[in-house]
Design a protein around this ligand. Structure first.
Ligand code: NAD
Length: 497
């Protein structure tokens, strides 16, 4: 049997006492890379208790000292950037370039966390009543929990624990059981950076472990990223336990293509944003809405998509990697079949896809459907594969109506040469992250991540600088400092009529 991955619980990395494990497979070969343990419930309790004990000391460490440790950490992450990316590429199948992007976007959030002293400044107002001042303190919450998906195993854990810990909290991370090697390395480097023990606990597992964390009496805040069904479960359960919860969930992102757009730019953007990362991005474009004459570009789009091929992580000519698991691949293939039976035109069919020398990989080729309608399951469901569905609309208004009627609201974009069309789109579209001639408009971490509708439940202060609002409480102090005769009083009399 392959090595069993350690957990970090109560004072250090250790083997879980659990006898139940899940194999972590290389998705290009099915080779077992490692086994992840299903952490025992007693171990979860021990992780939360250790994090709670550590919190009582860590919250008193001055914020510049916390920031200095975070500076060490972001530097270590940069120094180990390529090494982490290689671990990540092997367990996710992402191309090396894509894996490096995953790590880098996480480092950017750790960089933001180094600014925590200024981000935790409160507000002050002098003399709100005679001799009385009011000011606010920003304070950490306690033990926070992070539950992360498979598709960004570096970036998404790094969205969460650096900011939470820099704010003075402690953290329990439960990463995806499908690619836990990268998070383990992130936690090793965290302690190498010099952080005191027990600030960051790491447990592995699935539903049972998640449920234990989100219902635990001593966990205060929950950050979740993953699918809609699980996000709804985590949101409902966590808020029912009266915890602070934010859940970033699934997506169906549309690109609206106006006929005045630059055709070459549109085609290149659609290819990259629909099949890049094997379509396994929450901000992937999975629907193209062509307005009017732009529909005529479909054959050229199909030709461009057909030139793109998947391959191994270290094959520099590969555009993207495999689906994360054989189950994920089967699910994507079943949607391609459904699309055909539901009556859409399959302009490019990636079901029969192979890669030389890697017969067991979870490969799916680029797939393009035309003539789809909004009641087809290939349109209504998140497929999470390299499948692009195209719809036609007569006008900009019709296209906006289609997008606004969709229950997801993570990302969208418009391609147009018209400032007026773009401005109308940004104003009327009911989606949280909007690109104008940009296919995947992910904000940098000085902004928040702002999915709408079924793509986000709960507090939107989800990442980067804004996450300080999620991971802290505000305490407002109103103080009369001295007895009234020692206070400088105004001698002005105001006669309010
Ligand atoms: P997932 O929901 O299957 O798993 C996410 C996490 O929840 C994992 O840690 C998993 O162990 C745990 N989990 C799984 N089933 C559970 C259950 N029944 N109860 C409690 N916990 C459970 O998601 P995934 O397949 O790993 O990731 C892909 C999904 O994540 C896609 O839907 C994608 O759109 C979404 N995603 C969203 C964003 C965003 O920012 N909105 C970012 C990345 C991914």
């Amino acid at each position: 049997m392959a090595k069993i991955l350690d957990v970090y619980i109560n004072g250090g990395f250790r083997a879980s006492a659990s006898s139940e494990t899940i194999p972590v497979l290389n998705p290009a070969t099915q080779e077992v890379l490692v086994e992840a343990p299903y952490t025992l419930m007693s171990e979860i309790d021990s992780a939360v208790a250790a994090a709670q004990a550590a919190f009582l000391k860590w919250r008193r460490v001055p914020s510049p000292e916390r920031a200095r440790l975070m500076l060490n950490y972001q530097l270590l992450l940069k120094q180990h950037h390529d090494e982490i990316a290689e671990i990540l590429a092997k367990e996710t199948g992402k191309t090396f370039a894509d894996a490096k992007g995953d790590v880098w976007r996480g480092i950017e959030v750790a960089e933001q966390a180094c600014n925590v002293p200024s981000m935790m400044m409160g507000e002050t107002s002098e003399n709100v009543a005679r001799g009385i001042d009011t000011y606010s303190l920003i304070q950490p919450l306690g033990v926070c929990v992070g539950i992360t998906p498979f598709n960004f195993p570096a970036m998404i854990p790094l969205w969460m624990f650096p900011m939470a810990i820099a704010c003075g909290n402690t953290f329990v991370l439960k990463p995806s059981e499908q690619d836990p090697l990268t998070p383990n390395r992130l936690v090793e480097l965290f302690y190498e950076a010099g952080f005191p023990e027990d600030l960051l606990q790491l447990v592995h597992g699935g539903k049972e472990q998640v449920d234990a964390l989100i219902t635990h009496a001593d966990t205060r805040a929950i950050s979740f990223v993953g699918s809609v069904a699980v996000g709804q479960h985590v949101y409902r359960t966590g808020t029912d336990q009266l915890k602070r919860v934010q859940c970033m969930a699934g997506a169906k992102n549309h690109m609206l293509v106006m006929p005045d757009a630059d055709k070459e730019q549109v085609i290149s953007a659609l290819v990259g944003s629909s099949v890049g990362a094997a379509g396994q991005r929450c901000m992937a474009i999975s629907v193209a809405v062509f307005v009017g004459a732009a529909q005529q570009w479909l054959p050229e789009l199909a030709a461009a998509m057909s030139e793109v091929r998947p391959g191994a992580w270290d094959d520099e000519s590969a555009a993207y990697g495999p689906q994360i698991s054989p189950q994920a691949r089967s699910r994507v293939l079943s949607y391609i079949e459904k699309g055909k039976t539901e009556g859409a035109t399959c302009l490019l069919d990636g079901s029969d896809c192979s890669v030389d020398g890697m017969p067991d990989g979870n490969w799916v080729g680029p797939t393009l459907f035309a003539d789809a309608s909004t009641d087809m399951s290939i349109y209504t469901d998140e497929i999470f594969g390299p499948v692009l569905v195209s719809l036609n609309a007569d006008t900009l208004d019709d296209a906006i109506k289609i997008i606004n009627a969709n229950p997801y609201g993570n990302g969208t974009s418009i391609f147009t040469a018209s400032g007026g069309a773009a401005r109308k789109f940004q104003s009327e579209i009911e989606v949280g992250q909007v690109g104008i001639n940009i296919p995947i408009p992910v904000p940098l971490p000085f902004f928040s991540f702002t999915g709408w509708k079924n793509s986000f439940y709960g507090d939107q202060h989800a990442y980067g600088k804004q996450a300080v609002r999620f991971y802290t409480e505000t305490k407002t102090i109103t103080a009369r400092w001295f007895s009234e005769d020692a206070v400088v009083q105004s001698n002005m009399t105001i006669d309010l009529k």
